[in-house]
Design a protein around this ligand. Structure first.
Ligand SMILES: Nc1ncnc2c1ncn2[C@@H]1O[C@H](COP(=O)(O)OP(=O)(O)O)[C@@H](O)[C@H]1O
Ligand SMILES: [Mg+2]
Length: 263
């Protein structure tokens, strides 16, 4: 990274020359190699790539749940060596407490941080409303549908005002219709919060609908094939000619590599 870019203060998250090797018995798997990426504040950036290419590995390293073999990841200059309140994670399988209420799940991080009860409640309720679950504050997680569970996951991440939210195929387990609803809702949330988000998906359509930039990854070990800037305002028209043409172009490029992608 050049001195000039640091001075501009635009590079908020800096992933610098990351390599990750998994060792199991006698085998080594190179999941990530020579991986560089910088992300701006307020940006929604998608990482898209074939299954097993190393997307979750990248996200877990940013989350501080996994250490890179080589290289560094920093947020606002601070290295991501362990998990912290500056990063919120939304998992594909929700990772909520099933026996707790919606409210109690959203309050969990604040409880751990020792936020007083009244403030906790007030902040939790604000974000539960924001994700459209106002009528379900006291419902238990196990009583909710998949889409509702993932809204709780998003509220739980947003409520702590993290610098960045890391989302690992958050809508991947949902049916197509619910998935579209969730994407629209995320676009609405973005208008209200200007949250920085790193979003992993293997749907080209989803990436184009949501992102400011789409980072297209190669097969393992993950390298960046291309970064596509998306110039369009949100909400976007998936059926529009520009959208359709860009989706087609990206899918065709990926198919040349024999990579199977969702449309
Ligand atoms: N704990 C682990 N031990 C050994 N290999 C792993 C481990 N986790 C992931 N891998 C391997 O690293 C590669 C990348 O995995 P992952 O980051 O989960 O990919 P993606 O999320 O893109 O599907 C895969 O080949 C996977 O089998
Ligand atoms: Mg994964």
């Amino acid at each position: 990274m050049s001195a000039e870019t640091i001075e501009e203060g635009k590079d908020f998250i800096v992933i610098d020359n990351i390599r990750k090797v998994y060792k199991k018995d006698d085998t080594e798997t190179v999941a990530i190699d020579q991986f560089d990426l910088t992300i701006k504040k307020g940006e929604l950036i998608s990482l898209i790539g074939p299954s097993g290419c190393g997307k979750t590995t990248i996200l877990r390293m940013i989350a501080g749940l996994l250490e890179p073999t080589e290289g560094t990841i920093t947020i606002a200059g601070k290295e991501c060596k362990e998990p912290g309140a500056d990063r919120g994670v939304v998992f594909q399988d929700f990772a909520l407490f099933p026996w707790r209420s919606v409210r109690k799940n959203v309050e969990f991080g604040m409880e751990v941080a020792g936020v007083p009860k009244d403030e906790r409640r007030e902040r939790a309720d604000e974000y539960i409303e924001l994700v459209g679950l106002g009528d379900f504050k006291n419902s238990k997680i196990q009583e909710l549908s998949g889409g509702m569970k993932q809204r709780v996951g998003i509220a739980r991440a947003l409520v702590n005002h993290p610098d960045v939210i890391l989302m690992d195929e958050p809508f991947g387990a949902l049916d197509a219709q619910t998935r579209n609803i969730m994407q629209n809702q995320l676009v609405q949330i973005l208008e209200k919060t200007e949250q920085t988000i790193i979003f992993i998906t293997h749907s080209v359509d989803e990436a184009l609908f949501l992102s400011d930039r789409v980072v297209i990854l190669s097969k393992r070990p993950s390298r960046i094939k291309e970064i596509v800037e998306i110039p369009w305002e949100r909400p976007r028209d998936r059926a529009g000619p520009e959208f359709t043409a860009l989706r087609k172009r990206i899918l065709e490029d990926l198919e040349k590599e024999n990579v199977m992608f969702h449309h």
